[in-house]
Design a protein around this ligand. Sequence first.
Ligand code: CA
Length: 654
Amino acid sequence: MNLKKYTRNFNPDWNYQYSEKEFEDKYTYNGTDLGCTYSELNSQFKLWSPFAKEVIINLYESGDYKKDDLIESFNMNRGAYGTWYLDLSGDKKNLYYTYTVKFDGKYDGIYDAEICDPYARTCGVNGIRAMITDLKSTNPENWDKDSYPNDNLNPADYIIYELHTRDLSSLDCSGIKNKGKFLGLTEKNTTVYNKGIIKTGIDHILDLGVTHIHLLPIYDYATIDESKEYNSREYNWGYDPLNYNALEGSYSTNPNDGNIRIKEFKNTVKFLHDNGISVIMDVVYNHTYNEEFCFNRAVPGYFYRIDSDGNKSDGSRCGNDTASERSMVSKFIADSVEYWAKEYHIDGFRFDLVGLIDVDTINEIRKRVDKINPKIFLYGEGWDLETETTKEDIKLAKQGNIDLLDRFAMFNDDLRDSIKGSVFDEEEKGFISGNVKFANNLKKSISGFPKWSSSPVDVINYTSCHDNYTLFDKIRLCNPNISMDDAIKENLLAISIVMLSQGVPLLHAGEEILRTKTDSDGSYVSDSVRSDDSVNGIDYSKLEDEKYMEVYNYYKGLVKLRKKYNMFRIDNKTDAEKCISFKETGNDGVIEYHINRNGHEVITIFNATENDYELTDLNGYIVLAEDKSVNENGIRKSDRVENVKPKSTFVVYR
Ligand code: CA
């Protein structure tokens, strides 16, 4: 095979050959030692770069790429299957390194490059230099005794809280010292301005009662300049991956020392586990920040999809699509997830735009994490996106292919949009605002079966997340004249549908205190990826207002209700089909949802109309939810006839 073919940038001929069997047979490396393997005696390096003419390791004193502190450079040896290797003897702990990959000079855009290690375990500031780290030395006390807190539960029992690390603590009212840092998640006994009794931060989350925290990206991403002081740093969600196997430096108290971020995050995981909270990581393998990504510089053009006309595939709308169907990309992704699961004891992974990733890669990940802990929870955005895979017959991990995946759940956009109207049309009203066209769709989702799922545990139910307008803002946008009180009623109706539906509920952090993202000019922000803390930070001080506290208590009540009654947590198709029914109400604005299980019965009414809805023959029931109250132990005994108030949820049990 003519190597020159492969060193021309973005030529569809060679780009397709990357995906051919001949190439994969010759260059697929299955070893587990890519990256740097450290011991006190030596450090072993391995990089996959089949077409480099020469690869050099550069050892540096510090992780600061602006410092001219090269210690020495060493030529690497050509190894099997396109790898390069070198063993450096002696203890190299805490030194930093890069690779220089040399091709035949500049050639159609391919040029020699000094790059970070794609398998870097940690980095210096801004992720330019990788660090040789002794991972054992980063473990917190009793790390070997750390255990997964919710292993006795099944996914229908989980309640997930989607949180950006910085938002938790960025506002002064949080009373948290480690603002915007991992360690902010470990501060107990914080209250609003540290005066009074209203809990903030992790105490607030523990009080709410969720089981899992899903953290927006915490791997090393590109757009924040870590060298700036915290107060002058930009804000970003982090969907711009730079180093997949290293942590983001801006969440550490010292981004200059690659060990500190590992120690602080492991401490955070340990702390959360000790407090009964499982940790889910948001992972973004479907695209990279840009094509300067170090893996792609080591093997030019290999990491991305390109169509038959030589155009880049861009289903991610982020400039590139990862070619997960190529053997060494697939391995890279699976290695990465396995590493986080093993090294950091991560309890679950949320895959961004997983509809761009092939089914085989996701199933390989399932297999790998099963060996660590079969309870590790996997889910993602299974949207059907336009992408050009580089092999024939590649099946992608989208909603329609969920049955090709083993224990992998997907976000339920049917439920989300049926509740509050489409996220792509800010004026469209949802069921809660009286748009009854959604009633039938909604019933399918409530029973755990949007059109693509075959079990309630395939389904992540939510009505808002970091993307798009917050729930409360969307309600007010599509009803410009709505009163505060009515907007709150619709919000409570929305969240009760999420929490009482079959599936796995996910809450957007702060929605329990009517989170809003409002710009200085008073307009609502749909995309707050670069907005500052005043837009994104969680404002716990709102809980000083009784109205907000009432909303918060309603959310908290729903969490308790869901936890107490397993009728809302059916985990299989057979039971769901047997136990759930809907009664004809004569009005599409009212859903009457019955669950009969193990001799018990729950009737739930979602009344989105402006009128009372009459329920009769309620002998011997107790009321669990009505108006703005929820109490899992019962509010009162039901009357024989009950009138469910407009815009409210009513739950009775016997
Ligand atoms: Ca970074």
